[in-house]
Write a protein of this length. Sequence first.
Length: 328
Amino acid sequence: MDPVTHGLTGAAAALLFSDKEHVRPAALAGALSAMSADLDIFIASQSDPLLNLEMHRQFTHAFIFIPVGSLLISALLFLFLKRTTSFKKLYLFSFAGLCTAGLLDACTSYGTQLLWPFLDTRISWSVVSILDPVITAGLILFVLLGVIRKDKRYGILSLSWILIFLAYGWFQQNRAEKAASVFAAEQQHTPTEFVVKPTLGNQLLWRVNYMHNGRIYAIAVRAGIFSDIRIYQGGSSPLIIPEKDFAEYAGTTLFEDIKRFETLSDGYLVRHPEQPNVIGDARFSMLPDSMTPLWGIKINTQEPGQHPEFLYFRDSGPEVRDAYVKML
């Protein structure tokens, strides 16, 4: 989720453990702790472009890091708040706030390594977008009221607000997957699995990917509550299998980085339709029915000993915006 939503959720969680006297330091500690997990975005290397992608939502979002991260944040805050709030209370508030960071990100797409270092599995429930203005607006209202009125009951209302949308997202996701399953059957496809993700800022329009006969397909599903489900048939691309398509480069830096990117993409690798030397993650695109990836790595077979370049393809021009709004 975005930093603002993370901070508000962390503040709401901390309010649950506060008395009236410490509502404001609780909200501050909870918010800073929840937002601090995303400091991993600064872990990067110019010589290894994939490092940042690997480290994001890794150890700072893991359950095992919560006691350590909470200790660091509470120790920092204690330097400024020791006259009004005990270290024990600050640690409790920070702990509560940081507990929400990984869990909230796991509810979005891409994946969060909650069980690191025991498992490298990226958990992604994909029931809510990384940015949802309705959820954020409700949190702003309830958390501000809680801080102004010094009433921790607003923390309960804030978390209840989030849970309602998470449950709604789960319901919508299941509707979209069932519709996609029917569509695939009508196409005489036999998918092994469906990847169903909400599009930016809403839980009505969903992107669905599935594999069939060596190809990856994309469709958009609008799961309206008061209207019929609509399906927008998208494109498809051949699935890239590194061991087959790049076998001659086995053992090189290029091959190892393609394998790393395959892991980060959960195996959904395709070539960019307009740039065949770019391998992208088929699960993410600017449009839910498009096979143009949102990011990818640029392959240079002339220099297999070098790390490939990591690129973004964020085309948000009028044509893309109009197509998105029309589907939504």
